[in-house]
Design a protein around this ligand. Structure first.
Ligand SMILES: [Ca+2]
Length: 322
């Protein structure tokens, strides 16, 4: 599967990026591009953060520059400054330094592509509009349907990724039609971020790549700190979308319905729309833990067998020459 990941470089996006890079190294997916979005971090900070992680993991995946959203809706600055402080204290990240340049010319895909988005969808929708024939599926962590939104200190009923740019979200729905699979708060609310859950998943972490293993450890530690520092309830938003994108079975329930996006970014039923969009409305949280654990648990069973066979051949050879 050729994959493009669209992200605003938030901390749970970095978790998703790490999982995708791990699956890329293992040959389970082919990550062909990372699209930066002007969300939690805008250009050039998003370029700086994603570029830093690619450099840290010594991986070279093309990055595409975000389009400036040009509106006043933003994340609370105290959250982004907490993340930047953590990155510079724990990862030797230097705020604002450019580690890898993003491209401002958007790709024309020569192959079929599947897309995961975990930020607002301004830039990725522009790229999709130029490649619609080549898009197999788009899975987006975005929006809220029947449940309440998560905008802090506001009565606006919306989810952040949708709220930052509802016009692009509406355009994405119209462009992709039944190729779009929305993972809204309705679904992610089933997997709250708790210390127990973070710890339980991280206990499985024995990833074969030591840099990715240490990165996952640090992300878990960061998430636990975040739980103590942020009063609001947190969920495994991007992580749920990532596992759905990777076709993991979490007993997910899907509805297919006619929708449009209102001015705040909320998903609403719209009987005038003549196509159906897929919406995940629930997952089983125990299966989420299990599937996440399976990904970051290194299965060294087959390597043990190979080493055993080599050992037997060696003994046999020794026996022959003696
Ligand atoms: Ca995000």
């Amino acid at each position: 599967m050729n994959v493009v990941f669209s992200t605003d470089a938030d901390f749970d996006d970095i978790f998703s990026l790490t999982i995708l890079l791990l699956e890329h190294i293992r040959g389970n997916i082919n990550l062909i591009g990372i699209v930066l979005e002007d969300g939690m971090f805008s250009y050039p900070l998003n370029e700086s953060i994603v570029g830093f992680f690619l450099k840290f993991l010594r991986m070279d995946i093309p990055m595409y520059k975000s389009i400036n959203r040009n509106n006043t809706r933003n994340y609370p600055p105290e959250i982004s400054s907490t993340i930047l402080k953590y990155l510079s204290e724990n990862f030797n990240y230097k705020i604002g330094m450019i580690y890898k340049k993003s491209l401002d010319k958007y790709p024309i895909f020569g192959c079929n592509v599947s897309i995961l988005t975990t930020g607002n969808v301004t830039t990725i929708t522009e790229i999709i509009s130029q490649n619609i024939e080549k898009i197999d599926k788009v899975v987006s962590m975005i929006g809220n349907y029947k449940v309440k939104g998560n905008i802090l200190n506001s009565s606006d009923d919306a989810e952040y990724n949708a709220y930052l740019d509802p016009i692009s979200f509406q355009r994405l729905v119209e462009l992709c039609k039944n190729k779009l699979w929305i993972c809204p708060l309705d679904c992610t609310n089933y997997v709250p971020m708790t210390e127990h859950r973070i710890q339980k998943i991280n206990d499985c972490n024995n990833v074969e790549n030591y840099k990715i293993r240490s990165l996952l450890d640090s992300i878990s530690q960061f998430n636990i700190n975040l739980l103590y520092n942020i009063n609001d309830k947190l969920y495994m938003w991007d992580q749920v979308a990532t596992l759905l994108f990777l076709n993991k079975n979490m007993d997910q329930k899907i509805i297919k319905t006619n929708i449009s996006i209102n001015n705040n970014g909320k998903i609403i039923y719209d009987k005038n729309v003549n196509y159906l969009t897929n919406i995940y409305i629930s997952v089983n949280s125990t299966l989420f833990d299990k599937e996440m654990c399976k990904i970051i648990k290194y299965d060294n069973y087959k390597y043990t067998i190979i080493i055993f066979i080599i050992f037997i051949i060696f003994i046999f050879w020794l026996y022959k020459i003696c």
